[in-house]
Ligand binder design. Structure first.
Ligand code: PMP
Length: 391
């Protein structure tokens, strides 16, 4: 029976990790893997999380099942950060999910159950988005996310929305677009909110990097603008970057419903979908995040750590942008892009040359992890880019 399974293509980034590990050069630079790194190249556990985990070990007296919705105190503690501290939250409810991925999966499955037949999405996007759509069995209509000048392609977005209506969803990255770093401006978010609302399209908002772009509040502003304009929307949230929880799979899924009375039926569906997929989300990481959010001093420590990360990435972006055009690549747009990633419009041959001649490892798409660059390697990287100019 199992001989019917044909091999699937290997994950390109995992293959890149192996190549990087096998490279003996001490000067090699890893811009592939999508995790934050300090100026020393480490991805440490947040101090606030370490303290919360210690507290959790000392106080947790049971590991009995929690249920498909997970740790609701964690889910609710995030609400003011995502949706804003003020205002009526009676039409908003959430549940825990295994990472932002679990949140996206649940959003797409629930949208399909509700009768959504197509998702519109700017391309390129996080590769798993399209894989989830295909896996769930929902059609995707892609449109270009990036204009030639390194800002969002609003014309393509308008055209896509023009041909859409009820029964369609639009997936939007809340901030720190992966892979391009190209986020919408405040004005563009307002336009998107009114277009989506006038067309009756269901927004699916994926917020996986809150606090890594411009700030916790700023990074949620677009999402909130959309939510204020539409009756209903789905939100997938990840704590894996902004709390450094990656392998602990900490995420949540929220619904804004048209009417508070609909939430019970909506979440009975979401719970049933979760039961059939992962039954219950992993507890440990979400419990640690909850402890941070319930403690004022730990919350302050976490926000300080997040500020440090954001400032470091901004510094790297500013240094790259200050280099101007290098190797035929205009680096200036990187200054106004956000988060861990940007895409350099390099040809495949240049990406291979960067790897083979200079030990610079990046995805085949030209996506670079901004946090892979440090004071020790950034000048080497800029010089390497200049060396692979193909004219
Ligand atoms: N959405 C986007 C846009 C992402 O980039 C990622 C992670 N790379 C996720 C969701 C999923 O995050 P998690 O690791 O929490 O599943």
């Amino acid at each position: 029976m199992l001989e019917n399974l044909s091999p699937q293509p290997a994950d390109a980034l995992l293959a890149l990790i192996k190549l990087y590990a096998a490279d003996p050069r001490s000067t090699k630079i890893d811009l592939g893997v999508g995790v934050y790194r300090t100026g020393q190249g480490a991805t440490p556990v947040f101090g606030a999380i370490k303290a919360a985990e210690q507290r959790l070990i000392n106080t947790q007296d049971s590991k009995a099942y929690l249920g498909p919705e997970g740790d609701m105190a964690f889910v609710n503690a995030l609400i003011p950060y995502v949706f804003g501290a003020a205002g009526d939250k009676s039409r908003i409810q959430g549940m825990q999910a295994p990472g932002g991925t679990g949140g996206v999966r649940l959003a797409v499955e629930l949208a399909k159950s509700a009768g959504v037949s197509r998702v519109l999405m700017g391309i390129p996007s996080w590769p798993n988005h399209a894989q989830i759509f295909a896996n769930v069995g929902i059609a995707m209509q892609g449109f270009s996310h990036c204009a030639a000048d390194g800002t969002a392609d609003m014309e393509a977005l308008r055209n896509a929305i023009e041909g859409a209506g009820p029964g369609d969803a639009l997936l939007l990255h809340g901030c720190c677009h992966n892979p391009t770093g190209i986020d919408y401006t405040v004005e563009q978010w307002s336009e998107i909110a009114s277009l989506v609302s006038s067309k009756g399209i269901l927004p699916i908002l994926d917020l996986a990097y809150q606090g890594l772009g411009q700030g916790m509040e700023e990074d949620a502003a677009g999402l909130r603008t959309v939510l204020a304009a539409v009756p209903e929307a789905l939100v997938a949230y990840s704590c894996d970057k902004n709390f450094g929880m990656y392998r602990d799979r900490v995420g949540a899924f929220y619904v804004q419903s048209a009417d508070a009375g609909q939430l019970e039926a909506i979440f009975s569906n979401a719970n049933a979908l979760a039961r059939a997929s992962w039954s219950m989300p992993p507890d440990h990481g979400a419990a640690a995040v909850r402890i941070v959010l319930e403690d004022e001093a730990l919350t302050r420590e976490w926000l300080d750590e997040l500020d440090t990360m954001r400032a470091r990435m901004r510094q790297v972006r500013d240094r790259l942008a200050a280099a101007g055009t290098v190797g035929g690549i205009d680096l200036t747009p990187l200054a106004h892009q956000n988060g861990l990633f940007s895409v350099l419009p390099l040809k495949s041959a240049q990406i291979v040359a960067l790897r083979e001649r200079h030990g610079v490892y990046m995805a085949g798409s030209g996506r670079i992890n901004i946090a892979g660059l440090t004071a020790d390697n950034i000048e080497t990287f800029i010089a390497a880019l200049g060396d692979v100019d193909e004219g």
